[in-house]
Design a protein around this ligand. Structure first.
Ligand SMILES: NC(=O)c1ccc[n+]([C@@H]2O[C@H](COP(=O)([O-])OP(=O)(O)OC[C@H]3O[C@@H](n4cnc5c(N)ncnc54)[C@H](O)[C@@H]3O)[C@@H](O)[C@H]2O)c1
Length: 364
């Protein structure tokens, strides 16, 4: 049986607590705010999963930062991730440190330091881009891996979701100004909050052998309102080191939501979709001249996190070679988010010089 200490008893903290309990893990759920701990026990967890699980230990985070656990999970707002992650690496030394997305703000503060600290501590670090672990993604990877679709021509990904959905899951927040969400600089806005699409684009680019993103052009629809400053939509084009070009759209205005991807090759295509219908993901694919095949994959919201916990167990069991949620992948996504902001600010295409590390100077 594994143990997990969760920092942040909000929406994501409850999802991970529940997922770990379904696998019989020992769970300690912690928060800086005692009100958040009570809300997890009395409202969020029973509201989502039927009843509170008394096996879950609730603790103030300040009193538990040195507590040992196989996995430490940082499920707090993005502008707190770095400090908490570095503290966990220095003091708790878990087998796995899982940090939620996005890792940081677009200034990349702490990114290089975190990678160095993880290497020094010998701790496997991961970032919560859990769409990469979904059964729809695993199937898409398998289809692409067969090579029957020919040469990749372009990739498109979308995470377009009105943030009403997020606030429905956070009834205790009054709206975007009440959290990091209304501030791109703090990891909010469409570029940060919905960065699953950038990450998924990069994932599929790796799967088809197109390599890392080297060129980015972006237009952000910026909103300055009541003290907030966020991008409500991000339109991004990407080119990889092999020359593969494609696009990403992320926004916080689309209703109903669209979470999709399409990989077009010269002899066929694959379409990926999350929540294509209520309670199901979808993969649709065809080779040229053949009828398209559609696979519906039933899942619940809870499954997204149960599969993530299963992946962590696989890593600890030594059964994962290259994890798609490794810290390097999460940092790669961070650098593309930062480059998108820089491209928008400068009004031109920018390049990434990977040799410089995860620092603003890598964007030229
Ligand atoms: N991967 C996914 O599908 C997914 C889904 C939801 C949220 N997220 C990510 O999870 C993170 C948190 O989002 P959320 O919706 O759970 O937020 P939330 O506001 O619901 O919860 C955050 C909790 O962290 C606590 N907190 C803040 N600072 C802290 C600190 N220094 N130490 C300890 N606790 C602290 C707050 O009191 C709060 O209870 C974000 O980065 C978000 O993007 C990811």
């Amino acid at each position: 049986m594994y143990s997990i200490r969760i920092v942040g008893a909000g929406s994501i903290g409850n999802h991970l607590a529940h997922a770990a309990r379904t696998r019989g893990w020992q769970v300690t759920l912690t928060d800086i705010d005692p009100v958040a701990l009570a809300r997890a026990r009395d409202e969020i967890y029973p509201g989502r999963y039927g009843k509170w699980d008394p096996e879950i230990v609730l603790k103030r985070s300040v009193d538990s930062m040195r507590d040992e656990a196989d996995v430490v999970f940082i499920g707090t707002p993005p502008d707190t991730h770095m400090g908490l992650a570095l503290e966990a690496l220095a003091n708790a030394r878990p087998k796995i440190l899982l940090i939620e997305k996005p890792l940081a703000g677009p200034d990349l503060a702490g990114c290089d330091e975190l990678l160095r600290a993880a290497g020094k501590a010998g701790v496997f670090c991961a970032v919560g881009y859990n769409h990469c672990l979904g059964k729809n993604t695993v199937l898409t990877d398998r289809i692409l891996g067969k090579g029957k679709l020919g040469q990749p021509q372009t990739i498109s990904t979308r995470t377009r979701e009105h943030w009403a959905g997020i606030f429905n899951a956070h009834p205790w927040l009054s709206g975007p100004p009440d959290s990091y969400l209304g501030f791109s600089a703090r990891g909010g806005g469409a570029s940060g909050e919905h960065s699953h699409a950038i990450n998924l684009w990069q994932h599929f680019a790796h799967v088809v052998g197109a390599g890392r993103v080297v060129e980015i052009s972006a237009t952000l629809d910026m909103v300055a309102d009541g003290g907030m400053a966020y991008d409500r939509a991000a339109f991004i084009t990407l080119t990889t080191e092999s020359g593969l070009t494609g696009d990403v759209i992320q926004d916080v205005v689309t209703l109903p939501a669209e979470k999709s991807a399409r990989i077009q090759c010269d002899k066929g295509f694959v379409e990926w979709s999350s929540n294509a219908t209520a309670g199901a993901d979808m993969v649709r694919f065809a080779s040229s001249g053949e009828a398209a095949e559609e696979v519906m994959i039933k899942k619940t919201r809870a499954d997204d996190f149960i599969w993530e916990v299963d992946h962590l167990a696989e890593i600890m069991g030594g059964r994962v070679g290259n994890s798609p949620i490794s810290i390097e992948r999460g940092l790669d996504t961070m650098l593309v988010i930062a480059a998108a902001h820089q491209s928008h600010r400068l009004g031109r295409r920018v390049r990434i010089d990977w040799a410089r590390g995860y620092v603003p100077d890598a964007i030229v």
